[in-house]
Design a protein. Sequence first.
Length: 496
Amino acid sequence: MNKEIIEKYSVFRKQSKVGALVFLFDSIRKNAVNFLFILVPTGFDLIVFIIVSLIFVFFMAIYAYIKYYYFEYSFDFERSEFLIKKGWLKKTKLSVPFEKIQQVNINQNIIHKIFSLYEIQMDTAGSKDTEVDIKAVSKKIAEDFKEISETIKKSISKNVDNNINDIKQEESLEIDLLTLVKTGLTSQYFETLGAMIALFFVGLGFLNDLEIDYAPAIVDFYDKTDFNVLAISIAIFIVIYIVLMVNLCLTLIKYYGYKALKKLQNLEVKYGLIQTKSILLSPIKVQEFRSTQNWIQKKINLRNVRISQASSMNVAAPNRRNIVDVPGCSNEQKDKLFDFIYDNKINDEIVVRPSIRKFLINFSLFALLPTIIFIVLQNNISFLDNTYFLYFTCIYFVVSTFAAWRFYRNSILFYSENFIRIQSGFWDIKTKTIENYKIQSVMLYQAFWHKRFNLGGIILLTAGGMSYITTCNYEVLKKITNNVIYKVETSKKRWM
């Protein structure tokens, strides 16, 4: 690191002056929903709307300027710390040791692009929230932060641990547009459908808040609509089309221009159309390597990879920057990523499968019992035409039975000398890979009704999350638990 950078960042600095506008737009975005609820009692009168809007923006502007003005940062290179001073009425001074800096992200959303600014985010493992979030800096400062971060990671790796092989030449992994299209059309069907259903009910709740009576319109639509096979087929086709288009658009917007670059001991990932993200992570801190693939993706040699580092405890899931997704990997690209992150290879594995009782329990709870309840309700209430009810019941019973069988067949634990892999899923088959010595806690449990069958479950906790498998041979799980504990206690490797 050159002397100019050390002198430049050894004193406390403010963010870019234009950053106050970024704070303003960010505050308005976060409070927009609350603003709408404030307007509901006014009846959306135009004059009142303008006055309330101006007052709202005025207070948001004051709040944004205070956040900007009372925020300063610097590096203490002698003590190896990053320092933050923030707050007006409640003043806070944060000190983050270099070795605790888990991940450095450099992002640029549409507001940042308008003003040619960047956002710098630093995550630290085990903290209650993200320690550092610098909202608005110039491109030069963002590049300086990246250089400082790389220097810190190199020095820590050289001084403390040598368990990662240096990569002499830079290697890159790029996801082209066609691969992103394939990924968008073959991923996250159920997640998107669930989000659409949730959004529908949120909309109904909003109509209730506005005191709009929508029930008569729904009843009238139900009475006038002929729910024949053609109408149901068209409705299903429309839902499938919307799900595919939403997935495709979100994938292209989020991952456009995806490029992962291997630099020495670090992995730098850049992607994004509207919001550009640049993430720099260290393989030594990776807690979990997850590969996801469904039947369609298997046929076209695609899979999605998720790399998880140690996470802050209270960071909301959508904003968790400890997670790096690699969409649309081929099997060869997945293997290269795995080899880069892990120094060890997966050797001979012990395969542990759950008992057939796992399937019988899921079948009873999610297929047989609901079917019986539907039949009882139909006999007493008759909420559907008998023909449609028969079709619905048969389809539900077959699909839920098949799902219970798939969950049972795809639930597998693989144990080897250096790794534990846990596979699960119905449609999207997920395989989580964890290095044994990085496991923070292992919990072996056995329900009283499983004792006579010698069955139990195991829960593995890492700084990146939780993994588990149930209804397996208890004695085998006990031996695996003992081996994991031994690996953790005897290992001298770092994972932070």
